[in-house]
Design a protein around this ligand. Structure first.
Ligand SMILES: [Zn+2]
Ligand SMILES: [Zn+2]
Length: 257
């Protein structure tokens, strides 16, 4: 099985998601034969079964939420049911911050027992899922409890800087061969989301072999993200792509291995 990234959707922020200017299903990572679904936003289950993807949720090893916001968690319960064949096969791991399970929980209590395990993400934590070590080195700067990810197998690390404002410690914490960044804004509009300038700064400092922009808000969608990615490639010398809905990326090929 090839190491792969599969983008079900590339929308970020409330308006892009509400209008479905891009799909909002998050992405799958396949590493060392282990399959993870990160941030199953609204429509994730539908996009899994789309004719262009035909992903089988019963093959998932884990579902991971970086945080509880709707654009990341809208389909988490539907995906847990799908992963467990409607709750009939107890399997798979669910990983999410504490506040996704508490108060007004985004992960319903009754679906939790369908999964083999539900675990809580914490700053500095690590979880082994199949072949993949899932690390959450730093809590991010976002209105709710949010973690970026490092997904580590011996030959490769895929990092995700999820929704966050820029702060310098990100550069050390999220090193990886492949770096995925959630870039909601083109101009700076908020200190709890990355804008293009922040993304370019992080890519230039971390210097992954491949950087991928995703989770686009309205200003990004309108600005032709693939052209912005080319500009970052030229400015930093790091190969940078803008993710597309239903894009499958063979990582060995993309990294020239
Ligand atoms: Zn978001
Ligand atoms: Zn958010």
């Amino acid at each position: 099985m090839a190491d792969e990234l599969i983008f079900l959707g590339t929308a970020g922020g409330r308006l892009t998601v509400a209008k479905q200017l891009r799909a909002s299903g998050g992405f799958w990572v396949v590493l060392g034969g282990t399959r993870l679904h990160v941030d199953p936003g609204p429509g994730a289950l539908v996009h899994c079964h789309a004719r262009t993807l035909r992903l089988d949720p019963t093959t998932l090893d884990a579902i991971i939420l970086t945080h509880r916001h709707l654009d990341h968690a809208g389909d988490v319960n539907a995906m847990i049911e799908a992963m467990t064949e409607g709750g009939t096969k107890r399997r798979g791991v669910v990983l999410a911050p504490q506040d996704a399970y508490e108060g007004d929980p985004v992960i319903f209590r009754y679906v939790r027992s369908y999964a083999e395990k539900t675990e809580v993400l914490r700053e500095g934590g690590a979880h082994q899922v199949g072949a993949v070590r899932v690390e959450t080195p730093l809590r991010l700067k976002h209105p709710v409890e949010t973690y970026g990810l490092r997904l580590v197998v011996p030959e490769l690390t895929v990092s995700l800087i999820a929704c966050t404002g820029y702060f310098p410690a990100l550069e050390e914490a999220y090193k990886g061969d492949v770096l995925i960044l959630n870039v909601v804004f083109l101009p700076r509009r908020s200190d709890t989301h990355l804008c293009m300038e922040d993304a370019q700064r992080l890519i230039g400092a971390i210097r992954p072999k491949l950087a991928i922009l995703t989770h686009f808000g309205m200003t990004m969608v309108r600005a032709r993200p693939w052209e912005l990615a080319d500009q970052v490639s030229q400015a930093t010398g790091v190969k940078t792509l803008a993710a597309r809905d239903h894009q499958r990326l063979d990582l060995s090929r993309a990294l020239g291995r």
